[in-house]
Design a protein around this ligand. Structure first.
Ligand code: BGC
Length: 437
């Protein structure tokens, strides 16, 4: 492995809803994922995240795992429904107390707390009022950011406003496979705009009580054109604009691209300036490239997503393509030039069907190979001039993988959900040795 510059941030990521459990503790209110998971047929194994990894109670044990891993940063998310159980009004002190203890524990362990404010767990009360389709949710989000920063702003080392607004829009509101389960296709555009507006307002709120840098974490996927007709090319451009540019162009001051669904009537005077408030770091979440070709006649979509041949695959059936990460980082650099802030890879990882052997060890050589390839890809992009300053593995723990329930294991640490026993996998030792070097 080639050397990384001193000070490069090595971390792991999680999100509140996927690990915390204790959905009724601290006076937490319900979120859209509690509602969604209770609906028949939504989650493949019929599970809920009511217990998940029980991290709300086991955070001290999990902090010790982070310390043992030797990472310099831990990216977690704050559950909005713990801070504002109904999505509005004064802060719930018990909710903030939990994150206060977590942050202090991390600092005592020498780990920088990196806090994401919204990782998809919208308070159900806000959804009942229209959720992200309602412009007011952007203002509510800024209020929540303000309450959280007032308490944690002196210790959180990097703020991330939103996690993957594209996935929340497309899966949650476009095709309905994630909460809140709406199927609006391109009529989901207000969800994009109001999340971005909420982001911009939250940047201002965070700056008011914290001097720490501010970021957003976007999902990116290099698009591979399948077929070589003009229609295939147009489909590829449309998908690229939707997945890779819809959120990033306006964030970096370029306004909305010509992407499917963009509706100027939703955008009010002054909104684009709020959205383009300078950020310090662009968070890049990368899992795989996407194959695109022209749609069949009569399709409601201007593209068709097709499986890419010739790759090894994870247990999610996602292609293993480390070079896609290098390509994507170079693309961002080329596309945005000087407007691009420093980048941290805020998620990179893979699911495999890891299980303990007869001795209780969990050996996951595929994950080691996967991460090794992706870390090298980052180093190559850096050598070609892309300003990358951090890399976070998704995820510390096996956890509740949204609509896939407990069926997909992404952790460096295996979790036995019946006993909540944590077992570091061989990839944990590998990553520890890498970050030590
Ligand atoms: C999300 C995570 C998720 C991971 C793997 C990302 O889209 O931010 O919450 O677990 O991908 O699917």
């Amino acid at each position: 492995m080639p050397a990384f510059p001193a000070g490069f941030r090595w971390g792991v990521s999680t999100s509140a809803y996927q690990i915390e459990g204790a959905t009724a503790a601290d006076g937490r209110g319900p979120s859209i994922w509690d509602t969604f998971a209770q609906e028949a047929g939504r989650i493949v194994d019929g599970s809920t995240a009511d217990e998940a990894c029980d991290h709300r109670h086991r955070y001290a044990e999990d902090t010790a795992l982070l310390a043992g891993l030797g990472v310099s940063a831990y990216r977690f998310s704050v559950a909005w429904p713990r801070i504002q159980p109904t999505g509005a009004g004064p802060a719930n002190a018990a909710g903030l107390d939990f994150y206060d203890r977590l942050v202090d524990g991390l600092l005592a362990a020498g780990v920088d707390p990196v806090a994401t404010l919204f990782h998809w767990d919208l308070p159900q009360a806000l959804e009942d009022a229209g959720g992200w389709l309602n412009r007011d949710t952007a203002a509510r989000f800024a209020e929540y950011a303000d309450l959280t920063a007032a308490r944690l702003g002196d210790r959180v080392k990097l703020w991330i406003t939103l996690n993957e607004p594209f996935i929340h829009m497309s899966l949650g509101h476009g095709i309905g496979t994630h909460a809140p389960g709406r199927m609006l296709l391109f009529d989901a555009f207000p969800v994009a705009h109001h999340q971005l507006l909420g982001h911009g307002l939250a940047v201002a709120a965070l700056r008011a009580s914290s001097t720490s840098p501010v970021a957003i974490a976007n999902n990116y996927s290099p698009v591979r054109q399948v077929g070589d007709t003009d229609a295939d090319r147009a489909a590829t451009e449309a998908y690229d604009a939707l997945h890779n540019r819809l959120f990033t162009d306006p964030l970096l001051g370029l306004g909305y691209p010509d992407a499917p669904g963009v509706d100027p009537a939703v955008v009010r005077d002054g909104d684009l300036a709020v959205i383009a408030a300078p950020i310090d770091v662009l968070g890049v979440n990368y899992y795989n490239p996407t194959g695109i070709r022209a749609p069949e006649e009569g399709s409601p979509l201007p593209f068709e997503i097709v499986p890419l041949d010739g790759y090894a695959r994870t247990a999610f059936d996602w292609p293993v393509a480390p070079d896609g990460l290098r390509e994507l980082l170079l693309h961002l650099h080329r596309r945005y030039g000087d407007a691009l802030p420093e980048i941290q890879v805020t998620e990179s990882g893979c699911a495999y069907d890891d299980a303990p052997d007869a001795q209780g060890r969990v050996d996951d050589p595929e994950r080691i190979a996967y991460l090794d390839g992706h870390v090298r890809a980052v180093r190559e992009a850096m050598a070609e001039g892309v300003p990358v300053t951090g890399y976070f593995v998704w995820s510390l723990l096996d956890n509740w993988e949204w609509a896939e329930g407990f069926t997909k294991r992404f952790g460096l640490v295996h979790v036995d959900y019946a006993t909540q026993r944590r077992t570091p996998k061989s990839s944990y030792a590998w990553f520890r040795d890498l970050t030590r070097r």
